[in-house]
Ligand binder design. Structure first.
Ligand code: SAM
Ligand code: SF4
Length: 332
């Protein structure tokens, strides 16, 4: 009998988020410093076979959904094989659902092959509709490539394409209404994410962060928003726009934490399991994978990681410390 992936706070875990690489072709200010972050040594990264092996063990232990992220997951040369391998796995609730969070730059080339390999959904990060602002916020001149990637995802049939936006004061905090109008026109589902203290530059400040409440207030100047019931374990609080069916989401991780319903575990590109984005400890799965490769030992390690999961991320507690790994190396 499989032990359920339950932590000591009664939360059942079904969702595994995997960072495929810590490399990225952008340098978004809220994620990475301009010079980038020191990259993981290549020999420490899980190979395709190791990654599929550990995901298979996690699926047998109770994982039903996998989200691939990074860094930029599309920079990983074996990304299509990874998607194909995971989407062929059977979990307790049927075939494992594989989704991805990406900056879309490589989607013109990869959207179709990924769709054929079994990728079910994509979340694409786009913070602005203005090419100059895009360049300022991501420190790269790749607006046109990102827009082409969004078109490619739409054409490949990833419906609805979901768009993630982080609002930064003085950069794009005047754009939420325009972004939502654009998303509605294109049939995309837009989600605003509060900026979290996970930037490689350690520059996050609560006093300048744009809050979920501020975002909703701006949107309500132009749209009628009504809460969609039944959020479950989803990070986004969803609202119907002007009576629906179109929706917009707000992920207010800092001001309205949703840790009580969390069902997520995270695996880094170098095979370290984390119980939370903000966990300060990690459980090494790479060594046992490269050692005796005993699935029971790996399942025990997954459970020991879960046993240490705290009830909440603690951002709002005195003494909160940002985790040593930045977002780009944990996987958002
Ligand atoms: N490179 C891909 C991308 O940008 O979509 C995937 C990795 S990125 C770390 C995943 C998500 O985390 C993106 O939607 C990004 O906007 C978000 N993100 C990055 N740093 C963040 C931060 N400090 N606070 C909130 N969201 C952040
Ligand atoms: Fe790269 Fe995504 Fe981080 Fe931007 S948010 S720097 S695209 S990993």
């Amino acid at each position: 009998m499989t032990r359920p992936l339950m932590d000591t706070h009664g939360r059942l875990h079904r969702d595994l988020r995997i960072s495929l690489t810590d490399k990225c072709n952008l340098r978004c200010t809220y994620c990475m410093p301009a010079e980038g972050v020191p990259l993981l040594p290549k020999q420490e990264l899980l190979t395709t076979e190791e990654l599929l092996r550990v995901v298979g063990i996690a699926v047998d232990a109770g994982v039903e959904e996998v989200r691939l992220t990074g860094g930029e997951p599309l920079l990983r040369p074996d990304v299509v094989d990874i998607v194909a391998g995971i989407s062929a796995m059977e979990g307790g609730a049927g075939p494992v659902e594989v989704s991805m969070t990406t900056n879309a730059i490589r989607l013109p080339k990869l959207a179709e092959p990924l769709r054929r390999a079994g990728l079910s959904r994509v979340n694409i990060s786009l913070d602005t509709l203005d090419p100059d602002r895009f360049k300022q916020m991501s420190r790269r001149d790749r607006f046109e490539d990102t827009m082409a990637g969004i078109d490619a995802a739409d054409e490949a049939g990833f419906h609805p394409v979901k768009i993630n936006t982080v609002l930064m004061p003085g950069f794009n905090d005047d754009e939420p209404v325009e972004l939502l109008r654009w998303a509605l026109r294109r049939g995309f589902e837009l989600r605003f994410i509060e900026q979290m203290p996970l930037d490689g530059g350690h520059e996050w400040q609560r006093s300048t962060m744009i809050t979920g409440a501020q975002i909703l207030a701006k949107l309500r100047t132009e749209f009628t928003l009504t809460e969609v019931p039944g959020r479950g374990a989803a990070p986004a609080e969803l609202f119907h726009v002007d009576g629906g069916p179109a929706r917009v989401g707000v992920i207010a991780s800092v001001t309205m934490p949703f840790c009580g319903a969390c069902d997520r575990l995270r695996l880094t590109a170098d095979g370290q399991l984390r119980s939370c984005l903000f966990a300060r400890g990690e459980t090494d799965l790479r060594s046992p994978l490269r050692g005796n490769d005993d699935p029971d030992e790996i399942v025990d390690l997954i459970h020991s990681c879960l046993a240490g999961k705290r009830p909440g991320h603690g951002i709002n507690e005195p003494g909160f410390l940002q985790p040593p790994r930045p977002m780009s190396a944990i996987g958002g």
